[in-house]
Write a protein that binds this ligand. Sequence first.
Ligand SMILES: [Fe+2]
Ligand SMILES: [Fe+2]
Length: 373
Amino acid sequence: MTTPAAPRPLSPQPLRIAPNCWMIGYRNPTSLLQCNTYLRIFDEAPRPYNVCIDPGSRYDFPVIDANLSQLIGGISQVNSISVNHQDPDVIGNAPEFCAANARMSLVTSQETWRLAQHLAFVPGRLEFAGETDRRTMVLGNTPRWQVVPTPFCHFRGAVAFYDPEIRTLFSGDLFGGLNQLGRVHLFAEEHDWAGVAHFHQIYMPSREVLRFAVRQIRALTPAVEIIAPQHGHVIVGDQVGIFLEQMEQLLVGIDLLSIELDQKHTKPYAEVMRELLRWMVEIVGREEVADRVQNATDDAALAPFVKVVEGQVEVVSGGYVALGELFNTLTATEPLSFVNEVRNVLFAWCGSRHLPVPPLGAGVDQVPEEPAP
Ligand SMILES: [Fe+2]
Ligand SMILES: [Fe+2]
């Protein structure tokens, strides 16, 4: 491998995050995205066992290399590297580490390695994490870490590692954040959440996968005290609980798609909703339509989108979500054959206006009969 064309200036020192654990990447005050590489030293005889977590971006190699020299005498003293996923900011330096120590072990998921191997490097040993029967990671000859799969955060095979001795979770991009220019302090403050939210809204696919990951983190014992992500600030103390709670509520990725669609197509969705209401009035009557909508708005699901005024349903706001809710409300008590008929009509109406079709019912021809008692 060649060295990066424009090596960055050296950071002054490794930054300690816990006993025997340092952030050794470059803090770049001119960048919105800091890449964190960590070094964990396990004291054991006859010599320490050194693990580098997320070996980092090629750009930052000179700083990482210098910090390793200062802490353990050089990159060749690293015994193992762990890799959360295969992005270049995570794994760019892995070939350099493996070249420095022919016995280097690489810890990652199979899904990550399938892609990462295309960097054309061969570690001395591969250790796959996250297999169902293997939730403990052996480093050297000792079980050291708990494996915490965080699927789709943001890669399918992303895997975090929990070090119970120092109660530190190495979380990869999960809990990573953008920083304000020039603000590259190591430990997160409350207002740094904004950068974490922004990063997740760009890179994470959905709130559900974040919630899954948060549940796994909360279940860890002993309880997590430090979250060490691959970007931004290290989360400690009260901020751990606060950031976990905020992460649970954050809308990201595909969650935001429906909001974008609503904003972009408000008017034509409203037209389709009015057509649907007129059609249903012809079939079941004005009073019945008003009753169905009134009951649903009492439940709040439909409330922001329609209202009943003097027995007549009026569309307040059209949208992707609103059309789906209105469909559900109007067809909830109808037989499946009729639900499918309405669905097909809406497909046609949305199609003629080039509108994305929201989820509309089960879309099945028939449901199995209830078995006789
Ligand atoms: Fe990534
Ligand atoms: Fe990353």
